[in-house]
Each structure stands twice: as C-alpha cells, then as structure tokens.
Ligand binder design. Sequence first.
Ligand SMILES: Nc1nc2c(ncn2[C@@H]2O[C@H](COP(=O)(O)OP(=O)(O)OP(=O)(O)O)[C@@H](O)[C@H]2O)c(=O)[nH]1
Ligand SMILES: [Mg+2]
Length: 369
Amino acid sequence: MKFIDEAKIEVIAGDGGNGVASFCREKFRPFGGPDGGDGGKGGSIWAVADRNINTLVDYRYSKLHKARDGENGRGADCYGKGADDIMLRMPVGTLIADHLTGEIIADLTEHGQVELLAKGGEGGWGNIHFKSSTNRAPRQKGDGKPGERRELQLELKVLADVGLLGMPNAGKSTFITAVSNARPKIADYPFTTLHPNLGVVRVGHEKSFVIADIPGLIEGAADGAGLGVQFLRHLQRTGLLLHVVDLAPFDDTVDPVKEAKALVKELKKYDEALVEKPRWLVLNKLDVVPEDERKKRVKDFVKRFGWKAPVFEISALNRDGCEDLVMAIYAHLAEKKQNEHRAEETSMTEEARGINSIDPDDPRFKLME
Ligand SMILES: Nc1nc2c(ncn2[C@@H]2O[C@H](COP(=O)(O)OP(=O)(O)OP(=O)(O)O)[C@@H](O)[C@H]2O)c(=O)[nH]1
Ligand SMILES: [Mg+2]
C-alpha cells in the first residue's frame, strides 16, 4: 500500500548585503580614494537527501525556513560577511515542486544528493569597484540582491513499516490514533475500519516511521468470513507486525487466547511468510482490568498463548505504555535499517576492491608473490 506523505513549506533565502560608498580618510592621505567594501551574499537553502530520514513529518512542524541576510559592506575595504547556507535534510524519494506553478524543482533519488531550493542574493558592490580613470571618487554603490523565496510542496510515497493485526474491536484504530497523525473511525462495533489507514508516527526530531491499520480479522477470514484476508497483502512489505489483543472483552464468554490463536491460524493459511515476520504481542485495554488482576491476567495469557517474544501491555485509550512501545518499534526499525546499510556497503566495497573476482588459482597472483 502506497501512501503519500506530504508537507508544504516556505523557503526564504537571505538577501545580499549592500555595498557602501566610502572614502579613505586617513591623516597624511588626503585623497585616499574609495574604500567601500561589498555586501556579503545571503544564505541559500538546499535540500539534501538523507536515507536516515523516513518521512516528511518534521516539515509539518517547521514550515518556514529562512536563511540570514548577508552583512553590509563597510569602509576601509571591509567586505560584509556572507550568511551561512541552510541544508534541509529530506528522505530519499522526496519530490519537491513549486507550490504555485507545480514545476518540479528536484527529485531526490539518491542518498547525499544536494539540490538548490532558494538562492541567496548576491552582495552589492562597494564603491571600490566603480573607480575608473575618469572617476576617481565614485559615489556609486550596489544594493544587495534579494534572496529567492518559494513555497514548496514536498511529496513522498511511503510504505508502511509496521502493520497492525487483530480481531475487530481489539483497539487497532484507537492505537494508531494515539500514536500517529491518522484519524480513522473508532467505534464499539466490529468492522469499524473498512479500508486500511496509514499514519506517520513521530518519535523525535528526524525520527519517524509509518504504521498501517487494517480491518479486523475473524476466524474463517482466509475463507472469506468477515471482510476476508484481502487486506493482509498490505502487510507483506512491512518489517514488523503488532498483534493487538483485547485483554478485557466486554462479552466475558470470549476467550482472548482462543481468539489470538484463531488469528494466527488465519495468518498461516493466508501466507506463511507473514507468520515468519517479526511479530510482537500488544495486550490492550489494560485500563479495564482491575489493577491487582493485571499481572496474573497477562501472565496467564502469555502462558496459554505460548508466547516468548516481546509482549507489551498498553491502554490505547489512555495511552498508557504506548510511548514505550513506539520507542521500541523505532529502535527495532533503526537497527534493521542499519544492518541493511552495512550489508549493502560491505558488498559495495568488496565489489570495488574486486574481492569477489579474485581467483586464488589465477597464475598472475602466483607471479606477484
Ligand atoms: N477501555 C478501553 N477501550 C478501548 C481501548 N482501545 C480501544 N477501546 C475501545 O474499543 C472499541 C473498538 O476500538 P477500535 O479502535 O475501533 O477497534 P479496531 O480494532 O480498530 O476495530 P475494527 O476496526 O472493527 O477492526 C472502541 O469503543 C474503543 O473506544 C482501551 O485501551 N481501553
Ligand atoms: Mg478499526
């Protein structure tokens, strides 16, 4: 499932500093001549593609990016200081367009790619540049040029990193609402969610991931019961599944362990590869369980379900435990990504060094020894 993550930002490059008209006024140098320096250049704004950034969510928080103006020139041949450029780090895959004209300004396809978004204004000339044989005392000076200013539309096609699995009413949509920008419908009847929703979860500055909420599954789903398993295909490219379980069902004839086992069975029937994916257990609605019963209920569940891997206890409604879960997810995804990069880099350097192509029986190597 592809989903467009987008943000609108405004970039304002710095204006160039003004040049000055000034004359040398030193004792014993009565006609010292022009000595007005140039203005410094205004700061430019650039986009840099960075594979460590996953979404555009940070740009929804900071929309205006303004570089500083260059300093004005001064007398005594002093040039104004240029302002620093601003580098905006964006995910690889970001498409940057001019918001007003729709013109594509940049397509960030590779890690490290740098593109100019708004050019800083040039500084104006000081009067030293206007000196000529006919005009020894020029009073002209140039004003700094204004920096470019643009409204930009950023777009990124994202895939979900994490998928939510669970019976109807388990609280999947409540959870995605608690932790992300998605606002799906939530209600106390089954099959409230009829189509998948994606949400961007922001963990911190430049730290985010995407989570998918899909309709609930019930026993027999693989054979078409309920809404069927058609939506499971959206989870095939996610790196982690969260199995959300309602630990305090309203109807006390419902056994959460039986339901959880039924769900795993449907998952297996649909696709063994999904079952092999990292899957964490998320026990929800803990707020409804009396405090002195919680430990026992969780322990019983885990034992009867036969679960060893990570278990999280949360209340999606009042957000208890949600932050810890989100941090753990981010750490898991970041580690996975780092391992992938490491593997990629190792194979690239080996290729560059020709390691894979060295044949120890090659007579040339024997000669070199
Ligand atoms: N007390 C309590 N209620 C919760 C919690 N999480 C969800 N609920 C309630 O459970 C009901 C179902 O929540 P949803 O988030 O719609 O469940 P869902 O898993 O998305 O359900 P479907 O979309 O039908 O598959 C709603 O009435 C929620 O308010 C929780 O942590 N505590
Ligand atoms: Mg739902």
